[in-house]
Design a binder for this molecule. Structure first.
Ligand SMILES: Nc1ncnc2c1ncn2[C@@H]1O[C@H](COP(=O)(O)OP(=O)(O)OP(=O)(O)O)[C@@H](O)[C@H]1O
Ligand SMILES: [Mg+2]
Length: 367
């Protein structure tokens, strides 16, 4: 869909910002450009909509050389989201979103209606429409930025570190939202980040840039974690790559052991000589643990906080983390409604990891 062929960009100041870049970006997929600061990610992204012109090489969109297209028209045919959301401060939210449809010649009324629809699509309440950007949180501004980029319904979305200015929790939310949106929209998304975790969560394909504007590896996220091509990529991907790779192994086969729970609305008189006891609220959702030999508790805040929760069927990464972070050593499994479905045991998660390695090797014909 977007092809870079031997593209180089040299600014006046010196060495190449992008050096002989050749990659083919798939239609309807999320392609992430990731790499350390200054390695040419933004420059590469901006060459796609001609905000930056290559020094040499060719970029084709839908097999057409973009240098033959008027830059302004090209720019409006692609959504662009930048790090700071880039909203116009003196315009309301709804006006910000409606800008590109207006430029594309839609009536004021249609543009506004579309803008209000999009607010809903990105998970913002209609009441936000009349606010100014400064009256929104960072995460809300980013959502408006995404809505604005979607307003003209462009087939291509360029996103430059769109979620880097928000805290980790909001960031994870925005990532989930983007994946949900993408399920319905199937846009061709080029997404820039310097966070390898974000890259592997979002990317169907990931291009790892090295300093000097060179692509060190271009592959699926799974492959980059499993088989980095060189020391640079291995170093960039980081020490936890083995653990992170578990995110690509399904925990479907894991045995979920049943566990009895007790209700926090009736705190037990004590837990003498018993095993760890999992406490749940009236809806069956896990609340925390009561330790063996615990004295009677007077308040639920005295429970031992639980570890991370594992949703049945999610990846082995989640299962392992639930087991490792649980004070009882038993990873709490929940169903889609958030109710306790049972527990997983660390030894069995390890066995499942080993089994999936064996299966993979068989699949590769090397086992
Ligand atoms: N307009 C410009 N004029 C001169 N040099 C530039 C210009 N824009 C970028 N560069 C240089 O090109 C190189 C690549 O910059 P670019 O912004 O593409 O990096 P990046 O990978 O997006 O980095 P970051 O993660 O910090 O955003 C850098 O060395 C930068 O200083
Ligand atoms: Mg950049």
């Amino acid at each position: 869909m977007v092809e870079f062929e031997a593209v180089t960009k040299q600014f006046h100041s010196g060495s190449a910002a992008v050096d002989n870049l050749t990659i083919d970006i798939d239609r309807g997929a999320i392609t992430v450009l990731v790499g350390p600061s200054g390695c040419g990610k933004t420059t590469s992204l901006r060459m796609i909509n001609r905000m930056v012109e290559p020094t040499s090489g060719t970029i084709r969109v839908n097999s057409e050389d973009i240098s033959s297209k008027p830059a302004a028209q090209l720019r409006r045919s692609m959504g662009y989201v930048m790090q700071s959301a880039g909203l116009m401060p003196h315009r309301t939210v709804v006006e910000n979103i409606a800008t590109v449809p207006r430029l594309n010649g839609q009536s004021r009324k249609d543009s506004r209606r579309r803008a209000l629809e999009l607010l809903d699509v990105v998970g913002l309440q209609g009441a936000m429409a009349k606010r100014y950007p400064s009256q929104l949180s960072g995460g809300q501004q980013q959502r408006v930025g995404v809505a604005r980029a979607l307003a003209a319904d462009p087939p291509i979305l360029l996103m430059d570190e769109p979620f880097s200015a928000v805290d980790p929790v909001v960031r994870a939310e925005l990532q989930t939202e983007l994946l949900r949106l993408q399920k319905d929209l199937s846009k061709t998304i080029v997404f820039v980040t310097h966070d390898i975790d974000e890259a592997t969560v979002l990317g169907d394909k990931v291009a790892v840039f090295a300093t000097g504007g060179r692509v060190a590896q271009y592959a699926t996220a799974e492959e980059i974690l499993r088989a980095p091509v060189d020391d640079f990529v291995a170093g960039f991907v980081g020490r936890d790559r083995g653990f992170r790779h578990l995110a690509f192994n399904s925990g479907e086969q894991l045995w979920v052991h049943p566990i009895g729970t007790r209700s926090v609305s009736e705190l037990p008189k004590g837990n003498a000589g018993r095993e760890w006891t999992l406490m749940a609220d009236d809806g069956g959702r896990p609340v925390g643990w009561m330790a063996p030999d615990s004295p009677p508790l007077t308040d639920r805040t005295e429970l031992v906080p639980g570890g991370s929760l594992y949703r049945r069927g999610d990846s082995l990464r989640g299962a392992m983390d639930a087991a490792l972070s649980s004070p009882s050593g038993l990873g709490v499994v929940i169903d889609d409604g958030g109710k306790v479905a049972g527990v997983v045991k660390p030894g069995e998660v390890l066995s499942a990891i080993e089994q999936s390695r064996i299966d993979r090797n068989r699949g590769n014909g090397t086992g």
